[in-house]
Design a protein around this ligand. Structure first.
Ligand SMILES: Cc1ncc(COP(=O)(O)O)c(C=O)c1O
Length: 405
């Protein structure tokens, strides 16, 4: 069978195979602990459910406008004003099927084949594949100091004549790092000075810890006109625990939004009207759920950090936000895929290999599950890796015996 060049160059989602393996093991009754998840375990806000239910009850579930229903756009305008201090018009907004589609359509709108888009490493697994889908090239920028916090010089280092755009994700998946205000200010300026597009993937911007403050990129723009090349992406998936609703959005200049709508309209049409109503319910409804999610994630972060710091061979950086911890396990095993496989095979704990986020030797561990899963999951990992651990570990009444060294 002959497949297109693009189809041949796109790999399966790295998490998919691990998730499948975990699901098969669970079905067999194996006590799997999932520390690989990318979504909060809490329920969607009641306001979202009621709004979606009310629309379903009308029985009139039709196509929605390609760029989003007016009421949701108004809610996004209010959201952007509240969280970014920036007043936008409906023509500056497109609602998409998740932040993922908003980023994908933005890339398709701005990237030609061979154009380069730069993003700091570690990076979200989908960015390189999205660039490939555009025929473009994703270029990771590795911080020279080995940290998770890029400097402007790290970005400049990989800039070239094909650079068309920069993509920033802060707080970051997988590291949890929130880049400092000075970096956000400088990257906005750098892109403006060099006439580059700048996509801000802010999907985790309300899930930050230790009383830190999120910095709006709009505070540092000098170009306030409608030809600004700044694209801000956000959505309801993470902050409202609404991953399955598939609603995200982008805020950008009117020409870009028009072009993105043309692409999206021919790809998928508008996002589901029922789900847009749900997102509207979430944005306009009671907001306390976001804060309680943030607080419980901060507590989980502390527990995970505490447990990981008890390892001799793990280097860990405190996540500023999100629900991921990206820890260096290379002292135990340099090949992160092998290590992930080993952990699920031996102690039934799912982790995500760092190599898929652009950093070998690391594992991404999620702390969006229960405290019990975090503590037990880390305890099992420690037992599996610590050569001085007792020879046996009990999981409930099941006895695991170490048959490796
Ligand atoms: C950094 C980042 N951006 C975007 C997304 C996509 O979010 P959505 O569910 O809104 O498509 C994710 C989801 O994991 C993410 O981690």
């Amino acid at each position: 069978m002959s497949l297109s060049q693009i189809a041949r160059s796109i790999g399966a989602s790295p998490t998919l195979a691990l998730n499948e393996k975990a699901a098969i093991l669970r079905e067999k009754g194996e006590p799997v602990i999932h520390l690989g998840g990318g979504q909060p375990g809490t329920k969607a806000p009641l306001d979202a459910i009621l709004a979606a239910g009310a629309h379903l009850n009308t029985g009139e579930v039709r196509y929605a406008p390609v760029d989003g229903i007016p009421a949701l756009k108004q809610a996004i305008i209010r959201y952007t004003e509240e969280h970014y201090g920036k007043r936008m018009s409906p023509e500056n907004i497109i609602v998409s099927n998740g932040a993922k589609q908003a980023i994908m359509v933005a890339m398709q709108t701005i990237l030609d084949p061979k154009d380069e888009i730069i993003y700091p490493a570690p990076f979200w697994v989908s960015y390189p594949e999205m660039a490939t889908l555009c025929g473009a090239v994703g270029i990771p920028a590795h911080p020279a100091d080995g940290s998770f916090y890029p400097k402007i010089s790290d970005i400049e280092q990989v800039m070239g004549s094909n650079t068309k755009a920069v993509l920033i994700n802060s707080p970051n998946n997988p590291s949890g790092a929130m880049y400092p205000e000075s970096f956000i200010a400088d990257i906005v300026q750098l892109c403006e000075n060099r006439d580059l597009y700048l996509i801000m993937d802010d999907i985790y911007h309300r899930l930050i810890f230790d009383d830190q403050v999120f910095h709006s990129c709009y505070d540092y723009t000098k170009n306030h006109s409608d030809n600004s090349k700044l694209i801000v992406v956000n959505g309801v998936s993470k902050q409202y625990a609404m991953t399955g609703f598939r609603i995200g959005w982008a805020v950008a200049n009117t020409k870009l939004i028009q072009a993105m709508s043309n692409i999206q309209g021919n790809q998928t049409s508008g996002a589901s009207i029922v789900m847009q109503k749900a997102a509207l319910g979430a944005l306009n409804g009671v907001q306390s759920g976001v804060e309680s999610l943030r607080l419980s994630l901060e507590n989980n972060r502390n527990i995970m950090l505490d447990r990981l710091q008890a390892f001799n061979g793990v280097k860990v950086t405190k996540p500023d936000g999100t629900f991921y911890c990206f820890a260096d396990f290379s002292a135990y095993q340099k090949d992160s895929r092998k290590l992930s496989e080993f952990l699920i095979d031996k102690v039934r704990v799912v982790t995500i290999p760092g190599v898929d986020f652009g950093m070998e030797g690391y594992l991404r561990l999620s702390f969006c599950g229960s405290v019990k899963d975090i503590t037990e999951g880390i305890e099992r990992i420690k037992w599996a890796l610590d050569s001085e651990a007792p020879n046996e570990l009990y999981i409930g009444d099941r006895k695991l015996v170490r048959d490796w060294s």
